[in-house]
Design a protein around this ligand. Structure first.
Ligand code: GAR
Length: 207
């Protein structure tokens, strides 16, 4: 069966990448396959996860590239070589330029660990998001999968899931619950949904 080629971009531990790889292994992600994992920094454990799954991994060290344009040129070349149809940002902490996001309109997904439009945008990433939610005293938070456009966390929303905050939560316990109850479920589901859509569109255009 034809599959959409997925490139996953990462910066850190890669538990969301793992959820995608596990869904592929389990067969719930069946319309797409991960063909490339790219880290924008050195030492990301996510690359180790890619290696263990037998998926090609590549480090494109943004700092060493000497600028956004040079970084994106290398990234674009890797995506072209891998024939990527869909790009998934899974804990990827670099902001992509308007040029890049326009070229890949409705072909880039991101997972964000809050219910957008709360606690999102520039500066809200990783534990900082959960620290802000706890500081504000909200009782419910969650995760959002959305398409990526030129506005950080501003693209069309695909799926959201709410997660309750519990008394005594720290940023770390809350991050873990949001991952377990929302992120690791939503992201593989959205990967399947958008991959299936890409295949349908391809079939329609061919016919
Ligand atoms: C995840 O919680 C993800 O939602 C978040 O970083 C973490 C990465 O964990 N992303 C952002 O904050 C993006 N603004 P992981 O490397 O284990 O998947």
């Amino acid at each position: 069966m034809m599959k959409a080629n997925i490139a996953v971009l990462v910066s850190g531990g890669g538990t969301n990448l793992q959820a995608i790889l596990d869904a592929q292994e389990a067969g719930s992600l069946k319309s797409g396959q991960v063909v490339l994992v790219v880290s924008d920094r050195a030492g990301a454990y996510a690359l180790e996860r890619a290696r263990k799954a037998g998926v090609p991994g590549k480090e494109i060290n943004k700092k060493a590239c000497g600028g956004q344009a040079a970084f994106e040129a290398q990234l674009e070349a890797a995506l072209t070589e891998a024939k990527a149809d869909l790009i998934i940002l899974a804990g990827f902490l670099s902001i992509l330029s308007e040029d890049f996001t326009r070229r890949h309109d409705h072909r880039i997904l991101n997972i964000h660990p809050s219910l957008i439009p709360s606690f999102c945008g520039a500066g809200y990433y990783g534990l900082k998001v959960h620290e802000a939610a706890l500081a504000r005293g909200v009782k419910v938070t969650g995760a959002t999968v959305h398409f990526v456009n030129e506005i950080p966390d501003g693209g069309e929303i695909i799926a959201q899931k709410a997660v309750e905050i519990q008394p005594g939560d720290t940023a770390e316990t809350l991050q873990r619950r949001v991952m377990e109850q929302a992120e690791w479920i939503l992201l593989p589901q959205a990967a399947e949904e958008v991959s299936a859509r890409i295949l349908r569109e391809r079939a329609e255009n061919a016919g």
